[in-house]
Design a protein around this ligand. Structure first.
Ligand SMILES: Cc1cc2nc3c(=O)[nH]c(=O)nc-3n(C[C@H](O)[C@H](O)[C@H](O)COP(=O)(O)OP(=O)(O)OC[C@H]3O[C@@H](n4cnc5c(N)ncnc54)[C@H](O)[C@@H]3O)c2cc1C
Length: 455
């Protein structure tokens, strides 16, 4: 596939060819398209933006390139892993969420030519655009860990991940089959979606083992590459108490480097603060939950005109406009904005992007600014959750008129996570009508002032 993509991308039109005359491509079914706005990727961010602009620009002005026939609400995969939901509960057809007024090209982007305002897909379709929004998310990089993919595909290996529609039900199966021993949870050395989820599934595992009355037979280890349990001190302090209460050993700077699923062993290296290896050990496990390394899709990370050194789309962190190409914006996990990669962040980003792209379309200067809002509902059991909310630079930014950590692990936050957030996602956010919980704060702020809470 990589070779095919390279062939498609290095093919150049002859000097005389206009975009609308197809140049030599591999299939006779290749089509040429043109549009006002191209949205690359139709997941949380792309679908939201496509719906907003299909309404604004009218029929056939927007094209979405999205290969998957299914759209998933990924935040519920944590609860799938814990047996609260099934993967089918998180899935809808992509057709049902993408805008009817837009053209959906069911294919994968293979090459983006920003100088020529053109995208070529893997099947060789060519799409010319005036404006483009890149929203391709990030992919699991299973190959980075030798043995991981084989172990995930082996039903008897005890290895799973909630970070995939394919494997999150395996996590629940492994939890049910567990009778005692070592349960290990990992966090990798790359940016990932929802950085709270690797520990959430460890807490849910503890709660499930308690319910099943086998907790005393289990040793739960949380091995994280990071030097802290969570990036924001206020929440990290509380989460360390949760881990201590649950007797979960938290091991920092500890990186999974190989999985030996056939003999149920995993290799870890421990790093020092400079990233040098301090030690390496291969340990037995009875259950291994892996959070894979993640990266942007190949067509993006290999296009050096578009990405920064880490392979993420290089946008201004406030305006979300590409630093070099002013008719290009980015949203969601594939960009290099230093916020937590969450659907909650996209709710806020989509409003800023909409305002700024409209200005760009009018040859005006974008002025809306993304503040880095992100949220992480850290489920700690089958009915409790700590709802972390924050802005750029770790500034805590809570919605409710009480201290969300002093309120301890809250039932309200759990039911928001399980029931309310999915409802908002399918019925408001994807349709482009939800811009985060600021409106709640408008009502809550006076109450907070009455209660003497500082913002
Ligand atoms: C286990 C788990 C738990 C999570 N928990 C939470 C949570 O509690 N709260 C929260 O807010 N967020 C949570 N998230 C994160 C949230 O789901 C993501 O941040 C969000 O979905 C990212 O949206 P996106 O549009 O950037 O990417 P996605 O929604 O992943 O969409 C990217 C789309 O691009 C498409 N694509 C990929 N490659 C190409 C290509 N070459 N060409 C065209 N299209 C392409 C894909 O098919 C996909 O549809 C969680 C995620 C996971 C996996």
């Amino acid at each position: 596939m990589a070779n095919l993509i390279r062939n498609i991308c290095t093919r150049t039109p002859s000097a005389s060819s206009s975009f609308h005359r197809a140049f030599s491509v591999s299939s006779t079914n290749n089509k040429n398209y043109s549009c006002k706005l191209l949205v690359v990727g139709g997941g949380s961010g792309g679908c939201t933006i496509a719906n907003k602009f299909a309404r604004r620009l009218g029929k056939d002005a927007v094209i979405v390139v999205e290969p998957s026939k299914h759209h998933y609400y990924q935040p519920l995969w944590t609860l799938v892993g814990a047996g609260v939901k099934r993967v089918a509960d998180t899935r809808r057809s992509a057709r049902s969420v993408l805008p009817a007024a837009a053209t959906w090209v069911v294919d994968r982007a293979a090459c983006l030519h920003p100088e020529r305002n053109k995208l070529v897909t893997e099947e060789g379709h060519e799409i010319e655009y005036e404006y483009v929004v890149v929203a391709t998310g990030i992919d699991n990089d299973y190959d980075k860990i030798p043995g991981l993919k084989q172990a995930l595909d082996d039903i008897h290996s005890g290895v799973s991940t909630i970070y995939s529609a394919e494997y999150c039900e395996k996590t629940w199966r492994d939890l049910q089959l567990f009778t005692g021993g070592d349960a290990i949870f990992t966090f990798p050395d790359t940016p990932i979606k929802c950085p709270g989820a690797p520990q959430k599934i460890a807490y849910m595992t503890d709660a499930y083992f308690e319910k099943k009355n086998i907790r005393s037979k289990a040793n739960i280890h949380y091995n994280t590459f990071l030097p802290v349990i969570f990036g924001i001190k206020k929440y990290a302090d509380e989460l360390l108490k949760v881990a201590a209460r649950k007797n979960i050993s938290v091991n920092y700077r500890t990186l999974l480097t190989a999985v030996h699923g056939d003999r149920k062993e995993a290799t870890f290296v421990v790093k020092d603060a400079d990233g040098k290896n301090v030690s390496e050990s291969t340990v037995p496990y009875d259950l291994l939950h892996v959070t894979p390394a993640m990266r942007t899709p190949e067509f993006l990370r290999t296009n050096t005109a578009l990405v920064d050194k880490t392979g993420f789309l290089d946008v201004d962190k406030y305006s979300l406009q590409h630093k070099k190409y002013k008719n290009m914006y980015g949203i969601g996990d594939c960009t290099n904005t230093p916020n937590s990669k969450t659907a909650a962040a996209i709710a806020k980003q989509c409003y800023v992007l909409e305002q700024n792209l409209l200005k760009t379309m009018k040859q005006d200067t974008p002025s809306a600014s993304y503040d880095g809002y992100g949220a992480c509902p850290l489920v700690t059991s089958y009915n409790t959750c700590i709802l972390a909310e924050f802005l750029y630079d770790g500034v805590v930014h809570e919605t409710f008129p009480f201290d969300q950590v002093s309120a301890k692990e809250s039932r309200l936050a759990y039911y928001l996570k399980r029931d309310m957030f999915p409802f908002i996602y399918w019925n408001a956010m994807l349709k482009g009508y939800y811009h985060g919980p600021e409106f709640v704060r408008t009502f809550a702020a006076p109450l907070a002032r009455l209660a003497g809470k500082k913002d």
